[in-house]
Ligand binder design. Structure first.
Ligand SMILES: C[S@@+](CC[C@H](N)C(=O)[O-])C[C@H]1O[C@@H](n2cnc3c(N)ncnc32)[C@H](O)[C@@H]1O
Length: 280
């Protein structure tokens, strides 16, 4: 399935009906999280305790977690590529595997690159590239206003611009033919597969962040079609996909006139299709 996979660092399950007294101590929090199906209960308990200023705050955080919210949405942040990324309720939680997209993009970037992060969500990918590469000119865009607000916290104005709108529509025309690296972790879950995703994802991440249409590739195809006119000669489009969907993603990239290859990390279960615009 093309589902983005387990949320964040945790495989934690949910138990919306679990109710208990206010946890009095860390062991009580661990027990309550474990009873709710959280696999990494000890680690989560420590993170929640560190985030809470008072026992009442801790109880409220634990309550939200056992009600099924992703840990990262409860904490308000996710660890990603060595950064702490702000994550608001309902927004897609950046996945560990997407670090592979960042690595691949950094590997093809020239010095002082112009970088575009389409379907940016929290802006995690663009923020990680800006942290890694010197002199980046970064543009990130998303259609979801909550994601855009979140991305503006993670990609401050001095680092890049975050724009709101459908795919590449909000990008400034001055970027046409100037983009060195265009990254997209667009939704790629087939519509029918959303029901089989972990409840943390299917109930607490926006549908627009997950649903890639019948075969999961609808948004990717649109990204591939849009990309060539933005890319400079020799510039690259990088799209995260799944191992199973990679041939379809690569076909879309090839159909757009780019030279496609597939990069794969078994370690993080990351798959990226890289399409290069010929000509350099
Ligand atoms: C799978 S999430 C990935 C978010 C982020 N790139 C990441 O890796 O954490 C997909 C994102 O695409 C956005 N999106 C979906 N359709 C879009 C469209 N037509 N135009 C712009 N953004 C879109 C969603 O709002 C969501 O934030």
């Amino acid at each position: 399935m093309g589902a983005p996979g387990p949320v964040g660092r945790s495989d934690a399950g949910t138990a919306g009906s679990v109710m208990a007294a206010v946890p009095a101590s860390l062991p009580a929090v661990v027990a309550r999280l474990r009873a709710a199906g959280c696999v990494f209960a000890e680690e989560e308990a420590e993170l929640l305790a560190a985030a809470a200023g008072t026992p009442a705050e801790l109880a409220a955080l634990v309550q939200r977690r056992v009600a099924g919210l992703p840990l990262e949405q409860v904490l308000g942040w996710a660890a990603f590529c060595g950064l702490r990324i702000a994550v608001e309720a309902g927004v897609f939680v950046p996945r560990r595997r997407t670090g592979f997209l960042v690595e691949q993009a950094a590997a093809v970037a020239p010095p002082h690159p112009v970088v575009v992060d389409l379907c940016c969500g929290t802006g995690a990918v663009g923020a990680a590239l800006a942290a890694r590469l010197d002199g980046v000119e970064l543009y990130a865009a998303d259609v979801d206003p909550v994601a855009v607000r979140c991305a503006r916290r993670n990609v401050p104005a001095g680092v890049g611009r975050v724009l709101e709108g459908d795919l590449d529509a909000p990008l400034p025309r001055s970027l046409l033919g100037r983009v060195d690296v265009l990254v997209a972790n667009a939704p790629y879950v087939p519509t029918d597969a959303i029901a089989t995703m972990p409840p943390e994802a299917r109930d607490h991440e926006a549908r627009v962040a997950l649903d890639g249409g019948v075969d999961g590739l609808d948004v990717q195809r649109r990204v591939a079609t849009a990309a060539p006119r933005w890319l400079t000669a020799g510039g690259s489009l990088l799209i995260e996909t799944s191992e199973r969907q990679a041939p379809g993603t690569a076909a879309a990239v090839t159909a757009a006139g780019l030279v496609a290859r597939v990069a794969r990390s078994a370690e993080v279960d990351g798959t990226v299709v890289i399409g290069t615009r010929p000509g350099r």
